[in-house]
Write a protein that binds this ligand. Structure first.
Ligand code: FES
Ligand code: FES
Length: 150
């Protein structure tokens, strides 16, 4: 049995300890906001937070979550409403198809927690998620907007 906190609630799960976290989230817990893109830690579509750090859940064995605090896109908004990064995404109309955006937002939230006002060079170096629709210019704008409101 593997126990951890998921979006503020206790979870116990009995699966193969090597099962990737992304599979557990999507197929077992039915939290489908976290996306499958490449499955080899390259695209970032599957990004979640583990103890506040951005991690690519497609290559993370579920056993690594034991006693950790996990947040997915479903747990990002608080009681007061959307997270400022989510709001900035709406204000700047960032998404096109939207597929990469949950992972993108999770990566950006983790970046801003470490660096509250990153410049474009830091953003480009730190946010390595891939967007097939090429929304990168709007992503940068939205990060600067969110940085002002956090
Ligand atoms: S699906 Fe995990 S990095 Fe692409
Ligand atoms: S919005 Fe389509 S892949 Fe990023």
């Amino acid at each position: 049995m593997i126990e951890f906190q998921l979006n503020g609630e206790s979870v116990s799960i009995d699966v193969d300890r090597k099962m990737p976290v992304l599979w557990v989230l999507r197929d077992i817990l039915k939290l489908t906001g976290t996306k499958y893109g490449c499955g080899i830690a390259q695209c970032g579509a599957c990004t979640i937070h583990v103890d506040g750090k951005a991690m690519r859940s497609c290559v993370l064995p579920i056993a690594n979550l034991r006693n950790k605090e996990v947040t997915t896109i479903e747990g990002l908004a608080g009681e007061d409403g959307l997270h400022p990064v989510q709001q900035a995404w709406i204000d700047e109309q960032v998404p096109q198809c939207g597929y990469c955006q949950p992972g993108m937002i999770m990566s950006v939230v983790a970046l801003l927690a470490e660096n509250p006002d990153p410049d474009d060079a830091v953003i480009d170096r730190s946010i390595t998620n891939i967007c097939r629709c090429g929304t990168y210019p709007r992503i940068r704008k939205a990060i600067h907007r969110a940085a002002k409101s956090t």
